[in-house]
Design a protein around this ligand. Structure first.
Ligand SMILES: [Zn+2]
Length: 435
């Protein structure tokens, strides 16, 4: 399996460079001082190091030392000013950045890192979930989602539907390109999560025609139109289904339970908690004539025989049995989040605060979100595959302290490459050329 690129910082960074260089060609404006590449890679670097003052410090390094880390690590030949970068990134059609996620994915595939992530025979677990990454009471754009509150206040927001390949027992996740939940020009109707959900299924299938997929999602999605969309895209599913929103389904369950047709499994763990599984196959999702046939399972954790401390229920197209019910529950419960370090650090630094963060006129807000997710993806791969990173990371107990150290270090010293930065973190007495 010697072919294919190594899963390291350099190759990931180069992958991004190649893709954004393709965007440059589409631009007709030759007068722009800073290239598309330099702007995009500057944004990526900011998100990668979660440092909103990255450009400022690296510009200072450049002035003092005639070199800087944006240049050495990210191949930025001339550092743009913050507002120049934002202007350029605002205009990039977001679809042009999507292929980077598939590129990373293929690198994982070719590096044989993916097969270990298949938890269910039916396919890779891909949870989809909405996230809000911008909100304001004043700043807005035509694609903002608008909400009028009872107290007269209007809030504007940007949301996206995120998807990632997860394994319930593994820490790293692999994000796929997200789908914006946004209003399109001239449309009176607000976009919604479900519509975005249907779009992301199509997009995932497009990007990965042969991948075996099990979509997981919350109760909002366990409705007929979405399940039909899943079938159309040849995807399996495990969707939360609550009794409050699935009346007809739960009536059938009650009837069958009376006849004692439910299958049951129970076990007690070391702490004395009882784990209870119940399932029934072949039920109708709802009362429609065309109702999809689904399988149902429920999981509860009980303390002292009768006190329920957790309970949840799902519908799936997978036949449930005593052998797979535990796995299905684990799959249904597997969640992921963009780590605080990627998202909140920038937020806390004020980068996402509305006053100094450009919302842009077109795509800035979503494109920045894409760069955050891209940097997060890079971190996931590097955590998994980079031995030097693991060694450096071990020097610190808190993740936050580790990234703080990286940020501080690159503010004052220039490194030839990512590896030499890590080597310096591992043993700071390593000889390096100070600026
Ligand atoms: Zn907006």
């Amino acid at each position: 399996m010697g072919s294919g690129k190594k899963l390291d910082f350099l190759n990931l960074r180069q992958t991004v460079s190649e893709r954004v260089n393709e965007i440059t060609d589409a631009r007709q404006d030759g007068k722009i001082k800073h290239s598309m590449h330099d702007s995009c890679l500057s944004a990526l670097a900011m998100m990668y190091f979660q440092d909103s003052s990255m450009l400022e410090f690296q510009t200072r390094l450049q002035e003092n030392a005639q070199r800087n880390n944006l240049q050495t690590l990210f191949k930025v030949s001339s550092i743009p000013k913050d507002n120049q970068m934002r202007d350029i990134i605002d205009k990039i059609p977001s679809e042009r950045l999507f292929p980077i996620f598939s590129d990373f994915f293929r690198l994982l595939q070719r590096g044989n890192q993916l097969q270990g992530y298949q938890f269910l025979d039916e396919g890779y677990i891909i949870p989809i979930d909405g996230t809000q990454y911008f909100t304001s009471e004043s700043i807005n754009c035509p694609s903002c989602l608008k909400k009028e509150h009872r107290n007269g206040i209007t809030t504007y927001s940007h949301q996206a539907l995120c998807a990632a390949i997860v394994h319930p027992d593994k820490r790293q996740v692999f994000p796929l390109a997200p789908e914006p939940i946004k209003n399109s020009d001239g449309s009176k109707k607000q976009d919604c999560e479900i519509n975005a959900g249907k779009r992301i299924l199509k997009q995932i299938r497009n990007d990965h025609p042969k991948l075996k997929i099990v979509i997981t999602a919350d109760d909002l999605y366990s409705k007929q139109p979405f399940i039909e969309a899943l079938k159309q895209q040849r995807m399996s599913f495990i969707l939360i289904a609550k009794s409050t929103s699935h009346k007809v389904l739960f009536e059938q369950i009650l009837q069958k339970e009376d006849l004692d047709q439910a299958n049951r499994l129970e076990w007690k763990d070391d702490r004395g908690l009882i784990h209870k599984y119940e399932w029934i196959n072949n039920l109708f999702l709802n009362g429609n004539q065309t109702a999809p046939v689904i399988n149902f399972f429920e999981y509860s954790i009980l303390k002292d025989e009768d006190r329920i401390i957790y309970t949840n229920s799902w519908v799936t197209d997978i036949q449930v049995n005593v052998d797979n019910v535990k796995k299905l529950v684990k799959a249904g419960r597997a969640k992921w989040k963009i780590e605080n370090e990627n998202f909140n650090t920038l937020k806390n630094q004020g980068y996402h605060a509305e006053h100094n963060f450009g919302h842009g006129k077109k795509n800035l807000s979503f494109n920045f979100f894409l760069f955050i997710l891209m940097a997060f993806f890079m971190h996931q791969i590097i955590e998994l595959r980079d031995p030097l990173f693991k060694k450096a990371r071990c020097k610190f107990s808190a993740r936050k302290e580790f990234w703080n150290q990286l940020r501080c270090t690159i503010r004052i010293l220039v490194f030839e490459n990512w590896e030499s930065l890590l080597l310096f973190i591992i043993s700071p007495d390593t000889e390096i050329r100070a600026p």
